[in-house]
Design a protein around this ligand. Structure first.
Ligand code: ATP
Ligand code: MG
Length: 482
């Protein structure tokens, strides 16, 4: 194909939208370059129309709308869809949505050209989600388990710990041979740097890729970054046959970016001024998560999209869309967060549609009933507020519920290993919590994690004994020596 087919000129400009005439050939998703005095500016083709004379007019969005472009500028279309260069050198690095490396920590050994948007894996090449992807958070692993290849939405109001949950997931992949992509969409650059530094400080440099589309970049870059994240995960899943985790923080900003693009192109808006095709935009993004069949290497791509709600409203347009696309959600409640229950996971509203298929059998054994118990506790608590005189049975149930709530509190950035979680839950299942006052439970749970977890796994009795001595327990009268 002759390259002359891809030459054109800028015919009009405005608000980051550029119309190009003179191209003989163009396609949606193509990247083109506009020659400036000393550099080039690039953009993405989003619309193709014919003018009254039948000539092709291409509408496109500039990646950097502040570039000094003028009408009549020469345009060269790249003869391919938007793509980027991938490889192991990305690990520990920072990229922009077009794949330009902002920070690189390892040398380039091999490079692969990869399309940013590509079709998702077909049904035949997938297998059902069955392997757990440990989060390191006791409340998630015991009650709302996430599997490799699953899409689990993290949902909550502003400042309820959404990012912290994703970061904990990433930190816990250190021992799981998974590559993690943190796609920061529409976040403040300072917050992105903070997360990046905290990940590095906890030794995640070897297996993370940070994709930066901060709130100060153009909406088209923010929109593309979700797909770029998928492309990186696809690469590690298909080529390296590894597990990968894509943390999309957050998809509400992604939807807003797409709405901006749509309105700039003067297309008619739909509900809440979002374009009608916003469902397709997000489903196209999230359906790229998969667990590959064994014949293709068994790699996986797990997605953790984040949606920010307003006033806990889960019935908003984008929220309901993404809830229906994903395989479950972790709902973070602002009331729980403010009352000090962190992670603020509302177990009543959090679900996983994969169910316990993605939970390790041992965990099923010890963690099976906590979700129900906590839901019952929440119900009982709301009823008991209206009644002054409670029976002893109700009081005991309320106390055991409160102990469970204390048990599942966990400080962010301190993921627990599976063996530690198992030993803790199996010890707790022996009704140990009854003997501990509420303020002692947190201390009991956060018993030195620096001790290798196998110690707890092999010697739960010793652990229990040590804890009891250390806490200077007052044993129940029935078991105390006379
Ligand atoms: P935003 O809406 O601004 O993106 P967010 O929902 O992502 O906020 P985070 O930034 O993750 O929330 O967390 C908000 C604050 O809560 C942070 O200071 C974080 O350290 C704290 N936090 C989150 N989870 C926990 C936890 N489990 N224990 C203690 N503090 C926590
Ligand atoms: Mg956040």
């Amino acid at each position: 194909m002759s390259l002359s087919l891809h030459y054109g000129v800028v015919s009009s400009l405005g608000s980051g939208v550029c119309s190009i005439n003179g191209l003989v050939l163009g396609f949606v998703g193509q990247v083109y370059d506009i020659r400036l005095m000393t550099s080039t500016s690039s953009g993405l083709v989003v619309n193709l129309t014919r003018d009254t004379t039948g000539n092709l007019t291409v509408s496109s969005l500039l990646f950097n709308p502040t570039d000094r472009i003028s009408v009549g500028g020469l345009v060269t279309g790249r003869p391919s869809l938007a793509s980027l260069v991938l490889g192991d050198f990305l690990l520990g690095g920072m990229l922009d949505p077009l794949g330009n490396v902002l920070l690189q920590s390892s040398t380039v050994s091999s490079e692969y050209a990869w399309l940013i948007e590509s079709p998702s894996i077909g049904l035949i090449d997938r297998q059902s989600v069955f392997e757990p992807l440990q989060s390191g958070l006791l409340s998630i692993d015991a009650m709302v388990p996430v599997g490799r290849g699953q899409r689990e939405l993290i949902l909550g109001d502003r400042y309820t710990g959404k990012t912290s949950i994703g970061v904990d997931f990433i930190l816990n992949q250190r021992y799981e041979k998974s590559v993690c992509v943190y796609a920061a969409i529409g976040q403040k650059a300072s917050s992105i740097l903070e997360v990046f530094l905290s990940l590095i400080a906890r030794g995640a440099l070897d297996y993370i890729v940070v994709l930066v589309a901060s709130s100060s970049v153009s909406s088209v870059s923010q929109y593309l970054s979700g797909y770029t994240g998928c492309a990186i995960c696809d690469f590690f899943m298909l080529v390296r046959q590894l597990g990968s985790l894509l943390f999309l923080d957050d998809l509400s900003k992604h939807a807003v970016a797409y709405r901006e693009i749509y309105l700039l192109l003067r297309r008619p808006p739909g509900r809440e001024a979002y374009p009608g095709e916003i469902f397709f935009v997000h489903s196209r993004l999230l359906e790229r998560s998969a667990l590959l069949s064994a014949s293709l290497g068994g790699g996986s791509s797990t997605a953790l999209p984040v949606i920010e709600t307003l006033g806990g409203d889960v019935s908003a347009y984008i929220t309901t869309n993404v809830i229906s696309i994903t395989d479950g959600q972790l709902f973070l409640s602002v009331d729980l967060f403010l009352s000090g229950i962190r992670p603020a996971i509302d177990v009543g509203l959090s679900v996983t549609r994969v169910g316990s298929a993605a939970q390790w059998d041992g965990m099923k054994l010890v963690g099976g009933s906590y979700k129900l118990q906590l839901a019952q506790y929440a119900e009982l608590q709301s009823f008991s507020q209206f009644s002054g005189d409670l029976g002893s049975d109700t009081k005991a149930r309320l106390l055991s519920g409160a102990s469970l709530v204390e048990l599942f509190k966990q400080v962010n950035g301190s993921p627990l290993s599976l063996s530690y979680q198992l030993s803790l839950l199996s010890v707790v299942s022996q009704s140990i919590l009854e003997y501990l006052s509420l303020d002692r439970i947190t201390f009991f749970v956060s018993y030195p994690t620096s001790v290798p977890s196998w110690v707890f796994c092999c010697l739960p009795t010793l652990y229990l004994g040590l804890s009891i001595t250390r806490l200077n327990l007052t044993l129940a009268p029935s078991s105390s020596p006379v």
